[in-house]
Design a protein around this ligand. Structure first.
Ligand SMILES: Nc1ncnc2c1ncn2[C@@H]1O[C@H](COP(=O)(O)OP(=O)(O)OP(=O)(O)O)[C@@H](O)[C@H]1O
Length: 354
């Protein structure tokens, strides 16, 4: 087995647009800033230009914190964010502002992302003026119209207030605003989770179309595994701030090796029918007492208390992220045991394109 550190991050077939190296974030709270939460712990991955990278994991696993650090909305505690060869962590002032044009975010909650008192056109105008994308009022009006049409709205939506748009229309306007500064890279933080099913797939298809048309690169943060399977080339699974499995989406979804990834995929399939068995996620049987006794064990694998595969080895420390196959990495002491019992071919999840 080769350790991922020796290989340097995710191997890529071409130069990555963005390389995240050992990124960590600890939040300090309370009056004396004594309560520490390690939200992200030594996360490394790279994203190739023009591709989509999915970040999945349960609530509180650190997905949004990673996304916000990439935008430098919050400062990392340690680690590097190398964008096109330049470390963003060391930048400040004008240099950082220049990079902020290249990286934009689309939030889940489109209602709170807009000022309720300003019309959509006025809010699109702010970044267009600020980043000198237009030089006259006439150019401004025509660019606002173009941006709205690019996302499937008519130019007349510029004269509407945010509350006069449906959730899906507002999300389209949010995408238009993110695109106004001509970014290369978009962080999409749960962009469709607040929308109805039919609107969800329209927005996903819009994002896919825009990526092809504009050559955009995406970091897609989501709980929705169908979307990851449809849209993302590569995926990383976060658990308690660490990547526990990472690889190209097809391989990882066919052959999930970490017990947590299997649980995630299995729980989705349970909702869809008995296909969960394909993923071979074993039922907890006589391990319950042992599980109870190891809850709260510090210094062990963080997933051990929930893991049906765990053995005493799992108490010895946090496993390294280790190569499981071509472009596939897993952080698990029991990887060989789990690997030996999995089926040859596992079904892919269903796509969300309807
Ligand atoms: N500003 C903050 N101050 C203190 N703790 C924070 C802050 N933001 C996030 N956290 C904590 O950091 C951890 C990771 O949070 P984060 O929002 O990044 O997770 P997430 O995976 O995006 O969750 P969700 O899917 O629910 O949005 C959580 O324990 C959270 O409570």
């Amino acid at each position: 087995m080769q350790n991922v550190q020796q290989l340097r991050y995710l191997p890529v077939h071409e130069k990555p647009l963005i390389e995240v190296q050992e990124l960590s974030k600890t939040y300090f709270q309370g009056m004396l800033k004594k309560k520490a939460t390690k939200a992200v712990d030594g996360v490394s991955f790279s994203i190739r230009r023009g591709t989509s990278f999915g970040l999945i994991g349960e609530s509180g696993s650190g997905k949004s914190t990673v996304g916000r650090m990439l935008l430098r909305l919050i400062k990392p505690t340690s680690g590097k964010i190398v964008y096109d060869g330049i470390d963003l962590v060391g930048l400040s002032g004008k240099e950082l502002t220049r990079f902020r044009q290249k990286i934009q975010i689309v939030f889940q909650d489109s209602a709170s992302a807009f000022n309720p008192r300003q019309m959509i056109g006025e809010q699109l105008a702010i970044p267009l003026w600020r980043f000198k994308k237009v030089t006259s009022q006439q150019q401004l009006n025509s660019r606002i119209g173009e941006l709205l049409e690019l996302v499937g709205l008519s130019a007349s939506y510029a004269n509407r207030f945010p509350h006069e748009l449906s959730g899906g229309q507002r999300q389209r306007a949010g995408i238009a605003r993110a695109l106004s500064v001509e970014p290369e890279f978009l962080v999409l933080d749960e962009p469709v989770s607040a929308l109805d099913v039919s609107v969800k797939s329209q927005i996903i298809n819009l994002l896919k179309h825009l990526q092809e048309q504009l050559g955009l690169t995406y970091l897609f943060i989501t709980h929705n595994l169908d979307i990851v399977s449809y849209l993302c080339d590569d995926v990383a699974v976060l658990y308690q701030g660490r990547i526990v499995e990472m690889g190209d989406t097809k391989t990882l979804f066919r052959n999930p090796c970490h017990p947590f990834t299997r649980e995630l995929l299995g729980s989705i399939l349970t909702l869809q029918g008995p296909l969960a068995d394909y993923y071979g996620f074993p039922k907890k049987s006589d391990g319950s007492d042992l599980l109870e006794s190891v809850l709260g064990w510090s210094g062990a694998c963080p997933y051990m208390a929930k893991c049906p595969y765990h053995t005493t080895t799992c108490r010895t420390g946090v496993p390294e992220l280790t190569m499981a196959g071509d472009n596939h990495y897993v952080r698990c002491f029991q990887m060989d045991q789990i690997g030996s019992e999995k089926e040859e071919e596992r079904p892919l999840l269903m796509n969300t394109n309807g």
